[in-house]
Design a protein around this ligand. Structure first.
Ligand code: C2O
Length: 326
């Protein structure tokens, strides 16, 4: 059956990953709760590639400043669910291998990987938009699927800004090595083109959990390349810490974009590629804090048409791995 949204008050608060807590701020009896509905007052907008977004200096300032505020919230009030540490915990709580909310709520290695991360990114975007004072703000994506995108942009390397993280491997050669084993585009063929069925692409249902092709191939390769190679694996190399690196969100925006791309492709037999239609997938729900510190529950069905429900689409960028007949 479908999963119902976990009660954030019943997290396993003693759980630690790498010595750090995973649970989100415990709600009080007065914390507002609601079920997600598409909010048409949010301006429709386009998530752009790092290259396009960062060619606009006003965007870079706004994006950097929003992260500065998000990180400053950690110092002002560590329990503020909009802070960067709490953003890390959203991911940690749902990735802890069955700790925080119980083993059903592990969002990796099964068919909730794509929709759950879409929800997480959407709420992260709402919080950044709120901190930026721009309701139409959209996050950028890291287009590592093309050869020119296989580098960490310089905006993330400036030690003086909030985009920086000291726990990264910044050697782009390691990223290229991991992404270009074999040939330049092989990893994208495996991640997207050859994964024709929902089962291959999204992964298997919980209980029969198997990661989908996008998750285990290019998604994992980027995490491993950016995660510190030394022991212990930190930040991008460790699911408990990955979401405290600003690159995590650009990485996952690209994963999210590739899901949209996949949905628009045909199979080799000419039939459309399809997301699951079962109630166990569509009706499953997860809980998050929103930009007003309210708890919102979202269903997988809220995520399948992001332009309609979540108010964004993706910049149409050239994908050198995509055959021109698609
Ligand atoms: Cu939740 Cu990239 O992992």
């Amino acid at each position: 059956g479908a999963l119902s949204a976990p009660d954030l008050a019943s997290c396993q608060f003693s759980l630690r990953v790498g010595g750090q807590p995973c649970c989100l701020q415990k709600p009080t009896s007065t914390t507002p709760r609601y079920a997600f509905q598409a909010n048409t007052s949010i301006p429709q907008g386009v998530r752009q590639s790092y290259q396009t977004a960062f060619s606009n200096s006003a965007y870079v300032r706004k994006y950097t400043e929003a992260y500065r505020k998000m990180k400053a919230l950690d110092g002002d009030d560590p329990n503020d669910p909009r802070g960067m540490e709490q953003q890390r915990r959203v991911h940690c709580a749902y990735c802890s291998g069955g700790g925080a909310y119980g083993s059903n709520y592990e969002m990796h290695g099964n068919w909730f990987f794509l929709p759950w991360h879409r929800m997480m990114l959407y709420l992260h975007e709402r919080i950044l938009a709120n901190l930026a004072g721009d309701p139409g703000f959209k996050i950028p994506f890291w287009n590592w699927d093309t050869s020119r995108g296989r580098e960490i942009p310089r905006e993330f390397r400036d030690r003086t800004t909030a985009l920086h993280n000291s726990r990264r491997n910044t050697d782009d050669n390691d990223l290229r090595d991991r992404m270009e084993k074999g040939t330049t585009n092989r990893i994208m063929e495996v991640s997207v083109l050859e994964a024709e069925t929902m089962d291959m692409f999204l992964g298997g249902p919980i209980g029969n959990g198997r990661p989908g092709a996008l998750e285990y191939s290019s998604h994992g390769a980027v995490h491993m390349a950016v995660g510190e190679q030394n022991n212990p694996f930190q930040d991008m190399g460790n699911l408990g810490f990955a979401a405290r690196d600003t690159l995590f969100y650009g990485h996952h925006a690209n994963i999210d974009r590739l899901w949209s791309v996949w949905t628009g492709l045909l199979r080799t037999d000419g039939r459309p590629r399809r997301n699951p239609t079962s109630a166990a997938w569509l009706n499953s729900a997860f809980a998050f804090y929103d930009e007003r510190k309210s708890i919102v529950s979202m269903r997988v069905s809220d995520t399948v048409d992001p332009a309609k429900s979540l108010r964004y689409s993706y910049e149409n960028v050239k994908m050198e791995w995509l055959p021109s007949n698609n």
